[in-house]
Design a protein around this ligand. Structure first.
Ligand SMILES: Cc1cc2nc3c(=O)[nH]c(=O)nc-3n(C[C@H](O)[C@H](O)[C@H](O)COP(=O)(O)OP(=O)(O)OC[C@H]3O[C@@H](n4cnc5c(N)ncnc54)[C@H](O)[C@@H]3O)c2cc1C
Length: 455
């Protein structure tokens, strides 16, 4: 194996994917790793924001990005490594609010034509099916099973006799990821999202009362960033690849041997000397926008997490919040989650929040800030998927010593992002001399202790 002590690795993006790549590379003995981020903070879409109305009972934090901390062995490893407290902030169970009937119920108890027995059978069948997509060692969309799921999801649920599962879980999937476009996305994306549920134990799967980090979800990434060479607030102006890779900003330039790109691929296209294949693949990526609106509201029930039912039979406007919850029990601070289409305005977003609050009996809405708007859900068309675009994307990995690890390649969510980034490191970066020494030492120690135990 070739050992090179001075491999220089640049990582663009200092959020969960980039920081995981850095952490895993360092574990393998790489020492010259630089992370570059455009923002003045680490964490990207994991963004914990303090609010002023804090009381002794509340944490005084709301999440502007990542809401739920979903299970991942890697996440667990980092939480332990960086001293994140074991006690967690548990969110209320999810309930579905039907605007037309005014009814609020647990997802699996929604009004439906299906009998109790049929519901139970479908739940068992569905979670059984999901097992195939729950493997931690199978990140991204390379598994051919995803290529085979290019049809639209309503069709897939009907073909699989899972009509009740669609009724129960699609309002949650739409609130979490697809908004108003669920009917236009390939089943692969819907199943990949719902497969995250299979990582939870049965009560959590059914109740969806998920945790947040006590310190705020961003704190883990802040602590990891503090242990690496992270350059924040850097506007990259150009990326040029030849023998080595040059990354230029308005004031600096770096030279790397490898580049891991964890920012959106559209950014790559606009800044880098993209190859025709990179250009062809990345120009086909679709995205939407979503917003987070946080307000102080009087008169709403405390400790709630509602998903607002949005179906093709009763569609809501794109700007209507599809999820809402109180950020801390008793805080009276609520976050609302609408999506946006090309025409949605901030005024429409705020009016939709006011409408939902009114329907729920609340009043005196005080917006804490302007809506936080995120570019969201990088994905391909069903046709692209059928034609094997993810296989083509995977073939790009390592070309010109460049690697892509982001929501497009990994799928949306922190677990998927970090597991994909770790996989890229494992596939393309051999352990360095210093870490081989440590690994051998560990192995020798365990052999010696096994021998002692035997005697
Ligand atoms: C509102 C919301 C709710 C969510 N809820 C959950 C949830 O409950 N559970 C869950 O697991 N996930 C959730 N997610 C998704 C999760 O946060 C993301 O999938 C994950 O954080 C993606 O991490 P990433 O590192 O791939 O990308 P990002 O977090 O998007 O990071 C990309 C980084 O690249 C930087 N960057 C971009 N362009 C450039 C450039 N030109 N130059 C340099 N740097 C650049 C950005 O500043 C950013 O730091 C949520 C996200 C949002 C927005």
């Amino acid at each position: 194996m070739e050992i090179n002590h001075s491999v220089r690795i640049g990582i663009v993006g200092a959020a969960c994917a980039g920081l995981t790549a850095a952490e895993e590379l360092r574990d393998l003995g790489y020492q010259h790793i630089t992370l570059i981020d455009a923002k003045n903070r680490a964490g990207g879409k994991t963004y914990s924001i303090p609010y002023a109305h804090r009381t002794k009972q509340t944490r005084g934090i709301y999440e502007g990005g990542t809401v739920w901390v979903l299970p991942s062995p890697l996440y667990k490893k980092y939480k332990k490594r960086y001293g994140i407290s074991a006690s967690q902030h548990i969110m209320p169970p999810v309930q579905v609010f039907d605007l037309s009937s005014g009814k609020i119920s647990s997802p699996f108890l929604v009004q439906s034509q299906y009998s109790v027995v049929s519901r139970i059978k479908q739940v068992v069948k569905f979670f059984g099916k999901l097992k195939k997509y729950t493997r931690y060692d199978d990140p991204g969309y390379i598994n051919t099973a995803y290529r085979e799921m290019s049809e639209f999801s309503p069709q897939w649920f009907a073909n699989n006799d899972l009509g009740f599962i669609r009724e129960a879980l699609i309002p949650i999937a739409n609130a979490a990821q697809f908004g108003h476009i669920e009917e236009d996305v390939a089943t692969a994306y819907v199943i990949k999202l719902l497969a995250l549920l299979n990582r939870c134990d049965l009560p959590k799967k059914l109740l969806l009362n998920m945790p947040q980090l006590q310190e705020g979800n961003q704190e883990l990434w802040n602590r990891i960033a503090a242990n690496h060479d992270v350059r924040l607030g850097q506007t990259i102006t150009r990326v040029t690849r030849s023998q080595t890779i040059l990354v230029e900003t308005t004031s600096q330039q770096w030279e790397f041997d490898h580049l891991i790109w964890t920012a959106p691929v559209e950014e790559f296209l606009s800044l880098a000397d993209a190859s025709p294949e990179e250009r062809d693949i990345f120009s086909q990526v679709r995205t939407i926008k979503r917003a987070v609106i946080t307000c102080k509201v009087e008169g709403l029930p405390s400790n709630i997490f509602y998903c607002v039912r949005n179906t093709s039979q009763q569609p809501l406007p794109a700007s209507y919040p599809l999820a809402m919850y109180e950020v801390d029990p008793g805080s009276k601070i609520y976050s609302f989650y609408p999506f946006m289409d090309e025409t949605t305005t901030v005024e429409e977003l705020e009016n939709s929040v006011l409408d939902l609050v009114k329907r729920l009996g609340g009043s005196q809405v005080e917006f804490l800030t302007k809506p936080l708007i995120w570019k969201w859900f990088a994905h391909f068309s069903p046709q692209n998927l059928r034609e094997g675009i993810y296989e083509r994307l995977d073939m790009l990995q390592g070309c010109q010593n460049t690697y892509f690890a982001n929501e497009l390649t990994a799928g949306v969510s922190v677990p998927y992002g970090i597991e994909y980034a770790a996989d890229i490191v494992q596939r393309f970066f051999p352990p360095q001399a210093s870490s081989i020494g440590k690994m051998l030492q560990k192995q020798e120690l365990s052999t010696a202790s096994n021998q002692l135990a035997r005697h």
